[in-house]
Design a protein around this ligand. Structure first.
Ligand code: FES
Ligand SMILES: [Fe+2]
Length: 417
């Protein structure tokens, strides 16, 4: 089977070519079913996807599932303790095997005719088949899986792209956060009524933060030139950077993003589809909580609260903000040209006890509110974009450079032959 996607159909290529430089994308790129299918093939089944956290499946037989477009995936801990992934599809007549989001299984038993697979994915029983079935040829179809710093990545590509760069960067950046020693305090599933690209465009700029996220901007320095040019703001950020930097540089907790505006990402020119940086919070905020005070015990290796915030992200479906005491992540999966599923994760130290060391009603609001504000924006943007009155407007070079970078990254993936 060739790894190379067939050339894009001329009419879809022509559609992509209608994007005017420096502007948002034309309407069809957010609503075409044919283009969406090509995105699934080229981007979602061509690269690496965040699937979940290794601590969600600590024991042999623990599993989680996700669905990428119309492709259900099973991720499970095998008998040897390794994380494996399979197509969640029976080799008999194709029924989806596991239907729950997560759970534990001794063996994978198809609910239709009871074909049974081991936790290694081998077909071990198909009672009633008297035709001399070659079981060795009918194991579950494997999906590539990697674990780095407690994050599970999968790839549906026959030969996945290199993973080494992400592995090195994320292993170093995430070590102090301790995702591999965390507890999932809460997950929340959101159905966003918009194309997945609108969700990313929204994520890649903070131009909207002041009007749309009143509490987020109190904690974060996601500000742009005008604000950052002010001596008062610049000095405030520099003081926070200097304080944190001098304390922790030797421990791998150095601040790498030290100025106003979001860190550049993605980088289509250098083919950078993952990034990690650490920046400071506004003075008075120890963590991304509503009042800035800690909402859980310190995570990972953090020696105290003064560690700023770790931000990691990978195209096309993952981002996380890690504070000193908790981390909040998002996993995107596309569910149609106008629908995106987002799973939100709240993580704390593995020993933290709910109701004793942390209270969900203190921990959740900051990001739950920010998430809901964003999904609402995306929904209304999709409605506007769907209108015959929509025409892509200009992007701010100073505030929406990452939206432009995302669009260029997207176009590059789609045109890759
Ligand atoms: S479809 Fe799975 S056993 Fe028949
Ligand atoms: Fe936002």
């Amino acid at each position: 089977m060739s790894d190379r996607p067939a050339p894009l159909a001329p009419e879809l290529d022509a559609l992509l070519a209608t994007r005017r430089e420096g502007c948002g994308m034309p309407r069809a790129l957010y609503q075409s079913d044919a283009l969406y299918e090509e995105e699934l093939a080229r981007i979602w089944r061509g690269g690496w996807l965040f699937a979940g956290f290794a601590v969600e499946i600590p024991n042999a037989g623990d599993f989680l599932t996700l669905t990428v477009g119309a492709t259900p995936i099973l991720v499970l801990r095998d008998d040897g303790g390794a994380v494996r992934a399979f197509h969640n599809v029976c080799r008999h007549r194709g029924t989806q095997l596991c239907r729950k989001d997560s759970g534990h299984l001794r063996a994978i038993v198809c609910p239709y005719h009871s074909w049974t697979y081991s936790r290694q994915g081998d077909l071990i029983a198909c009672q009633g088949m008297h035709e001399g079935v070659d079981k060795s040829a009918l194991g579950l179809k494997p999906v590539h899986a990697e674990v780095v710093a407690g994050l599970i990545y999968i790839s549906l590509a026959p030969t996945p792209p290199a993973f080494d760069g992400l592995r090195a960067r994320f292993a170093a950046a995430a070590r102090p956060q301790g995702f591999d020693r965390a507890r999932i305090a809460k997950t929340m599933d959101y159905e966003v009524e918009s194309n997945w690209k609108l969700v990313w465009e929204n994520n890649r700029e903070c131009y909207h933060c002041t009007p749309c996220h009143p509490q987020y901007v109190k904690a974060n320095f996601d500000i742009y030139e005008e604000e950052f040019a002010s001596d008062a703001i610049r000095q405030k950020m520099a003081a926070s950077v200097a304080r944190t930097q001098s304390k922790w540089a030797a421990q791998g907790i150095s601040i790498t993003h030290t100025h106003g505006g979001l860190a550049p990402f993605p980088d289509p020119d250098r083919d950078l589809w993952y990034a990690a940086d650490r920046t400071v919070l506004v003075d008075g905020f120890e963590t991304e909580s509503t009042d800035g005070t800690r909402v859980a015990p310190l995570m990972g290796d953090y020696p105290d609260a003064d560690v700023g915030v770790l931000r990691m992200r990978s195209m096309p479906n993952f981002w996380v903000h890690g504070s000193c005491d908790h981390a909040v992540a998002a996993r995107l999966t596309p569910a149609g040209a106008r629908r995106t599923r987002v799973r939100g994760y709240w993580l704390v130290h593995q020993d933290a006890r709910e109701g004793v060391d942390y209270q969900l009603d203190r921990m959740l609001p900051f990001w739950h509110l920010t998430n809901e504000q964003d999904w609402e924006i995306c929904k209304w943007q999709q409605k506007g974009v769907d209108s015959s009155g929509y025409e892509p407007g200009p992007l701010s070079q100073r505030k929406e450079y990452n939206v432009d970078a995302f669009i260029r990254w997207y176009l590059k993936q789609m045109r890759r032959a």
